[in-house]
Design a protein around this ligand. Structure first.
Ligand code: MLT
Length: 323
């Protein structure tokens, strides 16, 4: 009797989750961005969400839940219902680096389901206009000549701008004093205002300010120049050969989210990435599209694991202090 009751219950469960997946989505969806509004993660998410809602047929709300290098926003997603209505934006910082820096209280691989790999950002070394340097070599000389470390804006320990700062220190031998914000959106405001000295920032966050001449751009951390900023040399050309870094990003949902729902979300994101007007908006910000053969949920999961294996030893060796 007990066995048949359990079997009936399990059958009911499968039936209801299939029904849930079938009717998904039946109300608005939330994408949690773990950094401030107006920053690069927020900008990319809002462009994609605007198009994904067309495929999904439901409104998509963008919620900025910030702090601790993005780990608070990721935790919000981990602890959400696994019903497809809470999705998390993340990147190399939040879904790799933070695992080597914070006691997260959740597991970045087993507590989340990967949905799709999103565009990546080459990084760019930028400074306030008051810095007496017109080239990367002059910037390095200025940074090295200072009695105290320059103030470098980040989105908190473990964030992309922080990891890039650490990589810049290693490549250049310069020491930096990190100034944490809840995103590089607000950090950019202070750089334009001259409150901080430099950011090793995502190109999509700096490109318009560099174009407007409100900050100075020195080099892009990629092997080739960015089409949208072709006047800015690469680090190889500008005097830091081999200092290459791009910040990849993705979408995740809480573990246990039905596979059918993950498939629907993946399809909506891929539709958006293949939409010419969406591509134009993203590429105009200097973002690089992910390869077409790496747009499956599994591809993101495998890539994340490979990046964890690559970056954790480096980050743990850096002995990062949480501000
Ligand atoms: C942001 O959107 O503020 C960034 O992704 C922060 C960062 O990781 O540097």
């Amino acid at each position: 009797m007990r066995r048949t009751a359990l079997a009936a219950f399990m059958a009911l469960l499968t039936l209801s989750s299939a029904a849930t997946a079938e009717n998904y989505p039946s109300h608005p969806i939330t994408i949690v961005v773990p950094f401030s509004a107006g920053g690069p993660s927020d900008a990319m998410t809002r462009i994609l969400a605007e198009r994904m809602k067309t495929t999904l047929g439901e409104a998509i709300l963008v919620e900025n839940t910030t702090g601790a290098g993005g780990s608070i926003g990721v935790g919000r997603v981990v602890h959400s219902a696994s019903d497809g209505y809470t999705i998390g934006f993340g990147h190399l910082g939040t879904h790799v680096a933070n695992g080597a820096i914070y006691k997260l209280g959740y597991d970045l691989v087993t507590d989340l389901e990967p949905v799709v790999l999103l565009p990546s950002n080459p990084m760019i070394i930028v400074s306030k206009n008051a810095v007496p340097a017109k080239s990367l070599n002059e910037l390095l000389a200025w940074l090295k000549s200072r009695p105290e470390p320059a103030a470098a804006g980040t989105a908190g320990a473990g964030s992309g701008s922080h990891i890039a700062g650490l990589a810049f220190e290693t490549a250049s031998g310069v020491k930096l004093q990190y100034v944490p914000y809840r995103g590089t959106g607000p950090a950019m405001n202070d750089l334009v205002a001259g409150q901080i000295d430099i950011i090793v920032d995502q190109l999509s966050n700096s490109i318009n300010q560099v174009r407007a001449g409100t900050i100075r751009g020195y080099a892009v951390t990629d092997a080739r120049r960015a089409e949208q900023a072709s006047d800015i040399p690469t680090t190889d050309e500008a005097g830091l050969p081999g200092f290459h870094m791009t910040l990849w990003s993705g979408l995740w949902v809480p573990k246990g989210t039905p596979k059918e729902i993950v498939t629907k979300l993946n399809a909506a994101a891929v539709d958006a990435l293949n939409d010419p007007s969406v591509r134009h908006q993203l590429e105009n910000l200097g973002l690089q599209m992910p390869p077409a053969d790496r747009l499956t949920p599994e591809a993101l999961g495998d890539w994340q694991k490979a990046e964890i294996a690559k970056w954790w030893p480096v980050i743990k060796a850096a002995n990062v202090k949480i501000e």
